[in-house]
Design a protein. Sequence first.
Length: 910
Amino acid sequence: MAGSVQNQQQQQLLGIIEEEEEKLQKQKEETEGNNNNNNNTRKQVGSDMAPTAGNSIHRSGSRPQLDVSKAEIQGNVEEKYPTILLPNQSDDLSHLALDIGGSLIKLVYFSRHEDQSADDKRKRSVKERLGLSNGNRRSFPILGGRLHFVKFETRKINECLDFIYSKQLHCGGLESHYSDGVTDQNGIIKATGGGAYKYADLFKERLGVSLDKEDEMNCLVAGANFLLKAIRHEAFTHMEGHKEFVQIDPNDLFPYLLVNIGSGVSMIKVDGDGKFERVSGTNVGGGTYWGLGRLLTKCKSFDELLELSQKGDNRTMDMLVGDIYGGLDYSKIGLSASTIASSFGKTISEKKELEEYRPEDISLSLLRMISYNIGQIAYLNALRFRLKRIFFGGFFIRGHAYTMDTISFAVHFWSNGEAQAMFLRHEGFLGALGAFMSYEKHGLDDLMVHQLVERFPMGAPYTGGKIHGPPLGDLNEKISWMEKFLQKGTEITAPVPMTPLAGTTGLGGFEVPLSKGNTLRSDASALNVGVLHLVPTLEVFPLLADPKLYDPNTIDLSDHSELEYWLTILSEHLPDLVDKAVASEGGTDDAKRRGDAFARAFSAHLARLMEEPSAYGKLGLANLLEMREECLREFQFADAYRSIKQRENEASLAVLPDLLVELDSMDEESRLLTLIEGVLAANIFDWGSRACVDLYHKGTIIEIYRMSRNKMRRPWRVDDFDEFKERMKMPCHKRALLFVDNSGADIVLGMLPLARELLRRGTEVVLVANSLPALNDVTAMELPDIVAEAAKHCDILRRAAEAGGLLVDAMINTSDSSKENSSSVPLMVVENGCGSPCIDLRQVSSELAAAAKDADLIILEGMGRALHTNLNALFKQDALKLAMVKNQRLAEKLVKGNIYDCICKYEPAS
Ligand SMILES: Nc1ncnc2c1ncn2[C@@H]1O[C@H](COP(=O)(O)OP(=O)(O)O)[C@@H](O)[C@H]1O
Ligand SMILES: CC(C)(COP(=O)(O)O)[C@@H](O)C(=O)NCCC(=O)O
Ligand SMILES: [Mn+2]
């Protein structure tokens, strides 16, 4: 073997990393005067064997294929909602509810997704072993699916009918998929709002369906209660340009005042589920703003009117206290000069005609007048019934910063801070959701927070509008939308401007909004809510010490510089990712087109988040990293790193036997250390880290692994190894959950040998891997093959894998075919329920939850699962967190260290 060449390369690599480290160290010393005395002992572990071909990797199809044959865009592509025909696509949409208001029609519809993950051998054996059954699965629609939110203007009801027809939403029903004794409800759609009466005949005529009318107030309350109980961070406050999400305790929700600002305004005192009273209302509402605004400004759309207000100055319209008092405050009763004394009052003393006023100023003055008035009446009603919390909903709000600030100001001011105004992310959909909930068999009654996953609103920019023809899937639609956005430049990225207010200046007074010139995104509200995925099999990880206190994210993205840093990292990584993704799909023209669309969609989301970090709800680094994966899947890139993973697995499996021989020659204590070092060193194979990807150009997988291993020096940045070692001298753990990370060396030369050690000591091992691909992470689908391949070289692994039911096919190839497998504790594989490099332990698969019940050791591995998330998580059982930090800033922030530092954090059961 070309040992000397390899050694040379190895030395070079070592040199490169050390240079980098020296530079960093120098910088650090310069700034901090840091004197770090590292222990320089090095070990030579590893072998010089060349890689051979080996195992096969499953393709992991995450969703059904879309039939885009004969697809065409109809009409003008420049049109806002181009018509797209997918004549051959059949869809799985079903279940629809409507709220037909005076201004807008709101649709909530459910699309079922098949349980796509095939019931493979691994799953079956896991089910058997962990005693899982399908018994707790209920009928429709709790099988899993998505809730979508769409709206149309009531005056354009035909667009809505077309939309329903094109997606066949009116036909989807219970009977078509299930036959569990439900009466035939096809042909009936739940609907609320006045339009359920007014347009009943039209629906019958055009779609052949009857509208089953539900009481509007009932629906509003049911919708609000559902959202506040089931959606994490549904509610938020908005004061002086600052948005903050509030977590409402579902057990401490009532009583509250619900103020729904639609065309008109309803104020409802809510005391419980189905327990409410409409206590007040006002006819001065959203319809008033839009109606008067249209007359006074000649605006053609609500959006245009709202957008004008961004650039307005209401002082040209409103009579201020200062106008009356010669520029002075009326301080005796607490009125500052800038307080509005009389909305539109200034226009009486001037001889100007309507045309001489700026439409911008008119719009703003009107918006303030109406918002403030509603805020004030809401406060009075809260006072009347001693309610502390007021939730505002309805489409008038439109997630518009200035509207929310005005309302909040009124409530805060008049109540002396006693009452709090809160807003809802699904503001306009309360009634429609309530109508949806009123289906007898919707199955959502006892749905819990952990079963709902809100995805970024990938589809939002393309929902609504005219879509004709048979039901359509949306891939092509999305792509053409993305292509259009390129032509239109900034449309999708233009944020709803956040208006940093100049501060309030006394009673009822605001300065003018500062925001200048930004356009309001055409459908801002749709972009603010994502699609709700219902995943009934998700559970809270049972070993969390206190799920209520658990927060997966360790990095605070509300710090703007932090957010900017991570968004830039993701954005810089994009070209390389697109290359990989396109190559993974064969580099075809279709793949290129999808890759391009993915890049645009993802950049658009990043740009949006840069402008308004909380646009999609509370944002953590884990959400950002998951968004990237979701976005890839959205454009049907099932596994961008497929071939890289395969290559690295093969190379690593080839050197595994030598590593095992080397390990077996050691005594127990040094073996344990070598194993942990091995895990940390092998975690360097991370295709999500810029620094690491740069490294890969400089050597082969095995060279880099060896180099990384040679560099392992204790003490590590966080080094609890000695405590862990002490624990390992005691009676062995019963069952260990190993949350594994990357493919290749990471799993094969790092985690598998550690698993083998635990098995050897009599601990059952459960390898916990991703359900769906994310970067180069190994998936639960891929693991059995890798284990089988490794088991060819190792009796311990083979027996354990057999005992765990992992080696059904692979048996034939084993070198030693003796079948005395009963002596071993089992090795199993379970999926974690997610498809992200990070893990939120509030939402894990039922498999994992079941496996966790008997576990007394948790090992979390990798930067995503053990550093970005969960570094601070507390568990009921012993926990070991192992990772190499592959990002300088993260190292500084989290552990005051440097890139390539290692973390070995051991925490005994708390
Ligand atoms: N795209 C839009 N078109 C018309 N009005 C809108 C739009 N977006 C927000 N609005 C505002 O929302 C109000 C309607 O709110 P909504 O909650 O849907 O009530 P309703 O059920 O009475 O239609 C309108 O009167 C207007 O102020
Ligand atoms: C996505 C990751 C968390 C994956 O790391 P892993 O869990 O595989 O150790 C990591 O690659 C990451 O944070 N990357 C972005 C930082 C960077 O490029 O430096
Ligand atoms: Mn990873």
